[in-house]
Design a binder for this molecule. Sequence first.
Ligand SMILES: *Cc1c(COP(=O)(O)O)cnc(C)c1O
Length: 394
Amino acid sequence: MRNRSGRHFLQIPGPTNVPGRVLEAIGRPTIDHRGPEFADLGLACLEAMRRVFRTDGRVFIFPSSGTGAWEAALVNTLSPGDRVLVYETGHFARLWAEVARRLGLVVETIEGDWRSGVDAGSVAEALSRDTGEPPFRAVAVLHNETSSGAASDVPAVRRVLDAGNHPALLLVDTISSLASMPYEHDAWGVDVTVAGSQKGLMLPPGLGFNAVSEKAWRAGEEAKLARSYWDWRAMDGANAAGYFPFTPATNLLFGLKEAVAMLEEEGLEQVFERHRRFAAATGRAVQAWGLDFNCLPPEHRSASLTAVRVPDGFSADALRAVVLERFDVSLGNGLGRLQDRVFRIGHLGDLNEVTLIGTLAAIEMGLSIAGAPFQRGGVDAAMDHLAAGPGTPD
Ligand SMILES: *Cc1c(COP(=O)(O)O)cnc(C)c1O
């Protein structure tokens, strides 16, 4: 590929742009993961992630993708044949359900429309209709469905479980929302939260996380799915002193410590507010262009990405190709049944107003070059919103 001047804009909904401070931290010489210096790093990372997950409980860090952390959440809490209810909000929920099936769990899904978040009423209905024996052992939902751009009300799902006194564990994927959108592992009563390094945490891919409630930990003592690499118990023993039962991703942990320091210097609340504001500005652009949001209910629209539908007969992938080729900006593609119907704008992680405006300008130019039926003025509408500053109503 030819050299290009300027910086590539990685505006897909993960991996996200990795800030220089984090890259520098990662670039430090690798240290002995069994030596004294490592223990401080290990303990600092575990403590930092407790603050990000908002939990006083256990957090585990695996050298893995998010998919690995999905598997860890399942094999540590469940037994072969256990029934799991998965809410299919989109492509990623479907993939998590497939992981569960391949592990020997009995998965039932609530079919979503891939255009909205979890409807807690449908979860209540599925649980009350359920006459299966034994009852569901786990309910799995995504806090933020990255394929559809829809976020979900996790506390509403918790309330449904509590109202029926249902014993199921609540498993939540926050891979594209953690550190971008408000999240409370303890206060929301989540049993296992799954996360990954490459989205809101501003790191390269390569770390997977589980935050674990006391109830999930106890379930782990009975769980009979085969587990070795993902076993929380071996992790827990070594983590107590800041170490790992196998070689950890030492350099990514350097980066993690730095990334959380950056998030806390800005203030997590301000980070969330920035993401909300950028989502609102992006929404203004989409409306001005006369394009449709993939996520229909405005209150479900994600703060970390926006999935935009293209007019019938027009190819989203053709637009993405133009925007990349001409302006060196990467946009997310449509996944699964949304392939070529949707393009996704990542506005999470390390970005500012100008990054966002640059991205939206590339899209507006791309729509024009590709001959899409649309109206100009999206960038102007976004600029008006951003110029009004923090605190402006969405
Ligand atoms: C990115 C993503 C995943 C997949 O994570 P990998 O690191 O690619 O395994 C899963 N769930 C959600 C919600 C995601 O956004």
